[in-house]
Every structure is written in structure tokens, then in C-alpha cells.
Design a protein around this ligand. Structure first.
Ligand code: OTU
Length: 656
């Protein structure tokens, strides 16, 4: 690798070795020091190229790049022995996060259990569901008071006081590792809290820290930017700039994409790049395995654009990705980029860029298309979207999810909607009506998020169970409706579990937690309907999870059965091909997974009526011989050989 470097890079590498060889030799056995130099050789160009593309125009570009690599050395020096061993293990198992037994769960610790120690006490519960990937949200110390659900960080090197201490975090990560569970933590990259030390110093006028943020003395530039900027939270945080009256001398406008207390960082400043790199090192050295890059699309601003998905964001991610491979090769990145499929390609490894970008990304398209499918009873949109997004499958692993802590924004692609004959605006309005229960006959009980009466645009809040009809069914006390709602929830989970990648269970979905309207009484939360679907875990309900007659039992055991079916078969391994199929029935979604060791055909009926599909569909999907349904046994066919699916029925078919 050294021989393949450009002369400039080789010189920089030699300088780096000159500065640090002795320190590394003192700290590590020769083999561990060698390992470091081999790794840095391997990723040196991959990191240096984007760093120079970002900061190369500066007079001090070379010194800046050197300083960034110094940070990597410090990160490795601080890496504990046990984690270095885990790095090795994962390097020997490069598909560790792509296997069918990777099952994810995401929770707010406070709402799930309490402090980190209480979460640790609940690991048996998670293991009943075979969880091997745990995303704990909002671990780090947020600003006091309103903090956007923990996404306004005041100190990236402290745990939220109510959750415990760094020691508790380390105890938790080693307990998780002992059980084969990887920990995912948020890294809120785009902004800090207005109370972060850097922000306080900027406020007091310190030029070094003023340059950490985007600040303006008057409205000229903010106004110019606003002309092309959308608003993320138009209701409670209109506009993208906040006037801070006590900043510097006469007050300044600060870039605040999200809430007024979340100040966007300025990544055109290499000092910010380095600070965040050091924070990444710090977090992974506490045992964090997956860094979720929060709000990644917003990291770079460009006049005249929407300031999302800029090419520099890709460079930032490539640089961080390469640098962190040197510090901690067992750690992976997850892009939190809820953007159209083509833009998503900037964040994930595709073709030659596999390995250089994030390993994981949310498959938002599939999620919204599932909800669209439930509302319309049709599988057309999900099928068309799968056909149109094949590139997303190369070199990246999707996080498949039904719900998360955020709202559902109807981000399906307009192109796909038009392709299937839907008007994009009308379809989104329909979905908003449907999921807020306004549409006649809707089973859903959700709420608007950021409703704009002028345009009719909105996003949706609500738990899986409430959106899928369980809340309404319980209210009207109709057992048949309850059955349908349970089937819908199991259908959604069956679909994310039948795909490759990491299926992610949202806390409480496994026991059918309903909407929690109590946030309306809390002045810090009342304006943010996302709290509707962040209920406190009801452990009394959870105790009924083994009772097959209880609702909780039907859901928990149902999801568990799907998980166990997935784990014991190879088809959902990420090394495989997705093959979307058109069934001859608009209500039935059909897709296959192909691997050398077998083919899987997933069939899902999106309607509350029985449906059937052509009997030769399995053959088209490569299945031969007698069919088995991995979930329920043998599929049923009618006299003409058509495969029958009950209301909201799901099958995972394999041949022999
Ligand atoms: C993320 O979401 C978090 O998931 C939210 O909980 C935070 O409020 C937010 O960042 C700010 O930290 O717009 O409506 O494409 O969709 O970053 C939620 C990415 C959001 C955005 C996403 C953001």
C-alpha cells in the first residue's frame, strides 16, 4: 500500500510515522504497533484524498491533514485491549452485521427502563427476541430542558446525568458484548446544543469558536440562503436561522436547521472536523460498535441549494469512514439520511466505493411504501420501488424498519408514484388523511406532525399498533378488528424480517404499545407530536407476552417466531440478490431472495380479504420441488394451483 501512494501522501505518511513511532512502540507489543501502521497504510489515501478535497485550498492544508492523522493515532493509543480484540474478531468475520441472525431493537433508555443499569437489567428480555443489535438513543448529555428528544448535545463526552455515568456505559457495553449484542449510538454531527461549551465560547465572541458555527451579523446572507432552504420543523422552529442577541457584541444570526437551540456546526472549518473525529474515537473506545450519523445530509451548506446531500457531505463521510477504520475496524457507520434513493447513494458503499462509505442506512422507501400499502391495500408501489432501486443493494446493508422515534414523512419517490399512476401530492394527502383517521373507514389512529394548513402537507406520528388499527379496534371492542390489527402488525414485521439487512424493532411494538397522548400535558413536549409514539414501556403488559391468548402474547410470540425462522435459514444474509416480482394480484407483494444455497419467495397480502396468486410464481422465483412455508408449514393451493393467502397473510416459501 505504501508503494501505491502518491509521493505527497508517502511523505505525509513518513512524517506521521516519524512523529508517533516511538509512542506506539512504547505502548504496544510490536505486533499491535505493526497492525496499526499496516492499517493506516491501507486507508491513508482513502482518508487523505477527501480531506484535501475539503480543505486543500487553505494555506495550511498540509498541516491540517497532518493534525487530523495525529488524532487517529491518539484514538488508537486509547483503544482498550478488549476492544482491539473485538476489532480483530470482526475483521475475521467481515459479514458480522450482515447475517440473518442480526436482529435490531431501538429504545429510549428512560422510557424503556430508566438508567443504563436498568437497561442492563432488561437484557434477558431483549435476548428472548434474539436481539443482537441495540440502538440506545440519546445517551449523551443533552442541554437541560427541551432538547429534541436528546438530539441537542451539550457534552459529547458525558452521559445524560439521569442515565448514569461513563462507567455505567462501559459496563453496559461489555455486558452487551458478552451476549453478542452490538451497541449503536447516535452521533449528532450536524449541530450542538446552544449550551455546548463551543457555543458558549462563540457566544462570548471568541473568534476561534465563532468559526465553529455559521453565524451572520445581519440578515443579508440568511435571507439569501432562505430562498432555497426548506424548513424541517416549520411549526415550532420556522426558518433556518436564529437571532442570538447576546452573541459577540451586537447579537448574531446563527444557522439552526432544526430547533433554535440546535446550532449547526461549520464543517468547512477543519477544527470542527477534528473535534468530531476525536469524539468518534472517544465513543468507540467506550465500546460503541455502530455510530449513527444523525442528520448527515445537512453537514454542508451551499448558497442556492437546499443545503442537503451536497458533494462535500460525501467527502466528509468518506474521510471519517477511512480514519475510523484505522482506529477501530470493528466499528461500522450508519447513515441517518432520510432522502430519496438517488441521494442515498452518497452515503453508502456502492460498487467501487463499498468500504469507503457507511455500511448501514435506513431503507426509508420500503418503510413508507409498506404504510402506503396498508392504506391502499395494494402492493403496487412497494413492488415498483423495489424494481427502481436496485443499485441501493450493492455494497450496503439496509436497516429495515416499520417505525422509529421520528415522524413518518411520505418520502416515496414521485417518479415511482407517477409510474404506478398516482398523483404524488394527492397520494400524500390521502396518506395523511388515512393515518390521522380522517379518511372514511380508516383503521388508523395517528396525528399530524408539522401540519401546514396552507399546502395541506404533513408528516405522521403514531405507534405501529395505533397506526395499524389496534387502538381503534380495542376502543370499539371488536374482536375481528383486533385480529385484523394483529395480522397487520405481524405482516409489517414479517416483511422487514423477510428482507436482507438489519430488521429493527421499535421499542414496544412487540407488545403492541399504543399511542401515548400524555405528552400534551408536558410543556416541553406538547408542541412535538412525535412523543405520541414514544410511550413508556408497559412492563405489566410485557408480562403477558407468553400468554398466547393475550394480545401481547400473540404479537410477541408472533414476532419471535418470525425472528427464529429468519435466523435458522440463510436466505436473508446480505450476500444475496433481491428479486422483486409482479404477482398477478395487486394486493399481493412478492419478492425473492437468491443465494447459492437457496431461494426464498416472500408473499404478503395487503388486504383484509383472502387473495391468491399464480401458482407458477415460485418457479419464476427459482424455487423447485415441493414448497414449504418457513412460517406456517405448507402453503395451500386451490384446485387450479393458485397459492392462497388469508387476510393479511404472509408466507416465506422455499423449495427443496
Ligand atoms: C434526526 O432526524 C433525528 O432522528 C431526530 O429525532 C432529530 O430531531 C433530528 O435529526 C435533529 O437532530 O428531520 O424529522 O434526512 O430526516 O436528520 C426528523 C435526515 C429529521 C432527517 C433527520 C431528522
Amino acid at each position: 500500500n505504501l508503494l501505491r501512494m502518491s509521493p505527497e501522501s508517502r511523505a505525509a505518511f513518513v512524517r506521521l510515522r516519524g512523529r508517533h513511532a516511538e509512542k506506539l512502540a512504547d505502548r504496544f507489543e510490536p505486533r499491535d504497533a505493526d497492525m496499526f501502521w499496516l492499517r493506516i497504510e491501507r486507508w491513508f489515501e482513502d482518508a487523505r484524498r477527501p480531506i484535501l478535497a475539503l480543505y486543500g485550498d487553505r494555506d495550511d492544508a498540509v498541516a491540517q491533514a497532518d493534525a487530523i492523522f495525529d488524532c487517529v493515532v491518539d484514538g488508537y493509543l486509547a483503544r482498550p485491549e478488549s476492544l482491539r480484540l473485538l476489532d480483530l474478531e470482526r475483521q475475521l468475520t467481515p459479514d458480522w452485521f450482515e447475517r440473518p441472525d442480526m436482529i435490531g431493537y431501538v429504545l429510549y433508555p428512560q422510557r424503556f427502563a430508566g438508567a443504563l443499569r436498568d437497561v442492563q437489567d432488561r437484557l434477558d428480555y431483549l435476548q428472548e427476541l434474539h436481539i443482537s443489535y441495540l440502538h440506545i438513543m440519546s445517551l449523551l448529555k443533552p442541554r437541560p430542558g427541551e432538547n429534541d428528544g436528546g438530539y441537542a448535545i451539550m457534552d459529547y463526552r458525558s452521559i445524560a446525568p439521569e442515565l448514569g455515568t461513563l462507567e455505567d456505559l462501559r459496563a453496559l457495553t461489555s455486558a452487551l458484548h458478552g451476549r453478542g449484542i452490538a451497541l449503536c449510538a447516535d452521533l449528532v454531527l450536524n449541530h450542538t446544543a446552544a449550551e455546548h461549551d463551543w457555543a458558549e465560547r462563540a457566544r462570548s465572541g471568541d473568534p476561534k469558536y465563532l468559526a465553529y458555527y455559521h453565524t451572520f451579523s445581519d440578515r443579508e446572507l440568511p435571507d439569501a440562503f432562505e430562498r432555497s432552504l426548506p424548513e424541517v420543523f416549520p411549526d415550532e422552529a420556522p426558518g433556518n436561522f436564529t437571532f442570538v442577541p447576546d452573541m459577540a457584541d451586537h447579537g448574531r444570526w446563527v444557522w439552526t436547521t432544526f430547533n433554535r437551540f440546535q446550532w449547526d456546526l461549520n464543517y468547512s472549518n477543519p477544527a470542527v472536523f477534528r473535534e468530531m473525529l476525536a469524539i468518534m474515537c472517544f465513543l468507540v473506545n467506550q465500546g460503541v460498535d455502530v455510530l449513527r450519523l444523525d442528520a448527515a445530509p445537512f453537514l454542508w451548506k451551499r448558497m442556492g441549494t437546499d443545503c442537503q446531500n451536497q458533494p462535500e457531505v460525501q467527502l466528509l463521510i468518506e474521510a471519517y469512514r477511512a480514519l475510523m477504520r484505522v482506529v477501530a475496524p470493528g466499528v461500522i457507520f450508519k447513515a441517518e439520511a432520510i432522502v430519496p434513493p438517488d441521494d442515498l447513494l452518497r452515503y453508502i458503499g456502492v460498487d467501487a466505493n463499498a468500504g469507503k462509505r457507511c455500511e448501514l442506512a435506513y431503507n426509508n422507501q420500503f418503510m413508507v411504501n409498506l404504510w402506503s400499502g396498508l392504506a391502499t391495500r395494494k402492493a403496487t408501489l412497494a413492488t415498483a420501488a423495489m424494481h427502481m432501486a436496485p443499485r441501493l443493494l450493492l455494497g450496503a446493508t439496509a436497516i429495515h424498519y416499520v417505525r422509529c422515534h421520528d415522524d413518518i414523512g411520505w418520502g416515496m419517490s414521485d417518479e415511482t408514484l407517477r409510474e404506478i399512476g398516482e398523483d404524488p401530492t394527492a397520494h400524500r394527502h390521502f396518506l395523511n388523511d388515512f393515518y390521522t383517521g380522517r379518511f372514511p373507514g380508516s383503521f388508523a389512529r395517528g396525528a399530524y406532525f408539522q401540519f401546514d394548513p396552507a399546502s395541506g402537507d404533513a408528516r405522521i406520528s403514531g405507534t405501529t399498533a395505533s397506526l395499524a388499527g389496534l387502538e381503534r379496534a380495542i376502543e370499539i371492542g371488536d374482536p375481528a378488528e383486533i385480529d385484523l390489527a394483529v395480522s397487520r402488525i405481524l405482516l409489517l414485521y414479517g416483511l422487514i424480517l423477510g428482507r436482507a439487512g438489519i430488521p429493527l424493532i421499535y421499542m414496544g411494538d412487540e407488545i403492541g404499545m399504543l399511542n401515548d397522548p400524555s405528552y400534551r400535558d408536558d410543556p416541553e413536549q406538547a408542541h412535538d407530536s412525535r412523543w405520541l409514539h414514544r410511550p413508556r414501556m408497559d412492563w405489566t403488559k410485557a408480562e403477558r407476552r407468553h400468554d398466547p391468548r393475550s394480545l401481547e402474547g400473540r404479537l410477541f410470540e408472533g414476532i419471535k417466531r418470525l425472528i427464529e425462522a429468519r435466523r435458522s435459514h440463510p436466505h436473508t444474509h446480505n450476500f444475496g440478490l433481491l428479486h422483486p416480482l409482479w404477482s398477478d394480484n395487486v394486493h399481493v407483494l412478492a419478492f425473492a431472495r437468491h443465494r447459492n444455497d437457496g431461494h426464498l419467495l416472500v408473499l404478503a397480502n395487503f388486504s383484509e380479504d383472502p387473495q391468491s396468486v399464480q401458482g407458477d410464481l415460485p418457479r419464476h422465483a427459482g424455487l423447485t420441488g415441493e414448497l414449504t412455508d418457513l412460517i406456517d408449514g405448507n402453503p395451500s393451493t386451490d384446485a387450479s394451483g393458485r397459492i392462497q393467502l388469508p387476510p393479511y397473510g404472509l408466507q416465506w416459501l422455499v423449495g427443496n
